[in-house]
Design a protein. Sequence first.
Lengths: 266, 206
Amino acid sequence: MNVVSLSVFDLSLAAALVMLMAFLSFLLRLDMTKTIVIAALRTVVQLLLIGFILKWLFAQQSFLWIAVIWTVMLLVAGREIMARQTHRFKGIWGYGVGTVSVFISSVTVGIFVLTLVVNNTPWYTPQYAIPLMGMIIGNTMTAAALSLENLTKTAWQQRMIIEARLALGQPWRESIRDIARQSVRIGLLPIVNAMAAAGLVNLPGMMSGQILGGTPPAEAVKYQILIMFMITAASGFATLIVVWLAARHLFDDRQRLSIKRLYTVK
Amino acid sequence: MAQETLLELKNFSSFDLVPINLKIRQNETVSISGESGTGKSLLLRAIADLIPHKGDVFLEGNTANDYPPNEWRKQVAYLAAESQWWFDTIGEHFQLPLSMQTQKYLEEIGFDINVLDWEVMRCSTGERQRLAIIRMLANLPKVLLLDEPTANLDTDNSMLVESIIKHYQNETSCSIILVSHNAEQKKRIAQRQYQIQGKDVVEVEV
């Protein structure tokens, strides 16, 4: 590896550029000086903190700690999904439906990739297990949030139509089928677009990072392909699961539309 | 014609109405009226098992829970005052090919088979409501729960709707519960009339 190690002085030069920008914003009365300085400080502190945590974690080689980090990522992702919903389920379902979907799909795809594709010893080597799972969870979270939002919002808007379809003797699945299909499609659009445009519009961040880190481009490309496929699979499973769970929960045991299980967030 | 009880409500209540007991025979039509907000629609939707209810509802001696929910709703069909459409064309909302009977009803109510190609967006409220009735009758329901079926229609359209419903009843001996504010219409169709007074459902003299 021919990585150029950055010294404190190197980073200070970069920091000087940011300070110059902050000073310019003061001169131009952009009212941004304080914001820029605080954001820059946060970057330094947060990333250093993460750096230390990763350094410590990489030294442990303990599956227990990996599992703890994964769990924290999943719980945060579940909160993010809920926070993006304008029509949320009441009670534990509001948090649970997104979290469970992301959990099942991310862990399944993540462990599949780590054990069968990357196949390191041990398979949970943190250098792979943490960033791979982080990328899967992050992207899956977005897909699940989009799907869920579309499903519950559309069901809310079209509740009269759903009930009319039930009244005509359609089973619950059929009465919400079109909305469910559209919701899965919407969740998958970002990653499908990213696959289609990969390398043409932008160089994916991970690949750029690997190349900067000294990895030969051919290797970096292979990893990027792996990541994209992994994210696609995990997003696909997560949207299917979240749409199925949520659609099912919109109906009670007598297949009545229980739209009151949702509440609107202003 | 047989005059057996087809639909029976036993201590049946929805929303905050007082539990009611009601037997409706084959071929019989019962009307329910009451001020808006008293729960007429909720009562009909509860009978169709579209919303929860207390007490029991029987069709030919079997409770709603004896049927799969969608099967019950085919037999005990609820028609809302405002018809709902979710595909682009009329035909997509029907099981094709149409039965002979459905075709006959379509013609009786003033359409020909080409109506299946019509775009829903271009149909008037009256046309949509008439087509929604044909769509419901295609399931061959045993009970019709009609929620102000002619509220949005002019006199001519209303008479067409009434005649097709009467015709269906003559052919199938179905029972009908009709929510209507039109005194003349109730007199023409219903043999018994009920009114929601306060939270109670009481029979009124015709």
